[in-house]
Design a protein around this ligand. Sequence first.
Ligand code: CUA
Length: 165
Amino acid sequence: MLTVLALCLIPATRYYQIDVPLLRFLRGSRQVDPLSLHLSGEFVEGNLGTEQDPDGSVTVRMVAQQYLFVPHCILVPAGTPVHLRITSADAVHSLAFNGTDYNVKVLPGTISEAQLRFPNPGEYKMPCREFCGAGHYAMRSRLVVVARDRFPALGAGERGNCAAQ
Ligand code: CUA
C-alpha cells in the first residue's frame, strides 16, 4: 500500500516541474556545445535576454554558469507567452521563479525549453535550485514583468537590461 502511494507521489511532485531536458532526451535532444556558447550560435551574448516574436509573444534566452544566470535581469510583458530557452556553460543548474511553480532544470550540452506566462506586472527572484558548487546560494537573477503596453520594442543592445524599469 505504501509502495503504491510512494509511486503515485513521485509523478505528482514532479508534475509542476518543467523537466524539459528529460523530455528532449526521450524525443531526441537538441545538442549545443557548452564550451563554445560565447563564440557562435544562438547563445552568444548579443542574443541573450528578451526578444519580441512576430506573433506578439517573446523569447527569452539565458545561459546558466557558476555562479550566475546571464542576463542578470530579464524583462518580459505581462499576460504574454514567454518561450524560455536556456542552457548551461558548466554544471547542472535549476532556474526557479519564486512565487510560481516554474522550475527549469538546466544541463550543459542541452537546450532546456519552457513555456511561461506571468499574468500581472511584478518582480520575481530567480534563484538556482540545484546545488552547483560553492557559490550556489548566491546564484540568482531577477525577472521584471511590466504591463504589456509598457513593454518597449527592445533593440539588440538592451534585451537584457532591466535598469530602466
Ligand atoms: Cu547554479 Cu546552484
